[in-house]
Design a protein around this ligand. Structure first.
Ligand SMILES: [Zn+2]
Length: 145
């Protein structure tokens, strides 16, 4: 829940001040973005040291059961970093879903905090638009990207 332009309340009641994002990024419905996703994004942005441009939060067109529509996912890119750098950075943080999009106009990543999973879903989209899981055996995870 947003308390001010850059402060959010977490599920346990803790107030977290975002260093690098405000309510006014391209979140779609900012009120619906999972606070834990914002915390992980903020930590990742701090680590990367360059701006992260939000493309989509709750808005945009995604698969019907997409984590985006639950406020659990964000698409975006880091300014000046390759998709490989972005992937490597994202894996350091507490996302349970990471997608890599080398062929966006601005190559970037999807990160999400899908709940109740005991794995991390990782995938990439190829030049033709087909999805591939990065880890063997997780081909079923693509329904919620
Ligand atoms: Zn996405």
């Amino acid at each position: 829940m947003w308390i001010s332009d850059n402060k959010i309340e977490l599920e346990d009641g803790t107030v977290y001040e975002l260093e690098h994002f405000t309510k006014h990024e391209n979140w779609g419905k900012a009120e619906e973005i999972n606070p834990q996703l914002l915390v992980e994004l903020d930590k990742m942005r701090e680590y990367a040291g360059v701006p992260f441009i939000v493309h989509y939060g709750t808005q945009g067109s995604h698969s019907p059961n997409s984590q985006h529509y639950h406020g659990n996912a964000v698409d975006g890119h880091f300014e000046g970093l390759s998709w490989m750098e972005q992937l490597l950075i994202a894996t350091r943080f507490g996302f349970t879903g990471i997608g890599v999009y080398p062929f966006w106009n601005n190559p970037g990543i999807h990160v999400d905090v899908r709940e109740n999973v005991n794995y991390r879903a990782m995938w990439w989209r190829d030049r033709q638009g087909s999805y591939h899981s990065i880890e063997e055996g997780l081909d079923n995870v693509r329904t919620s990207i």
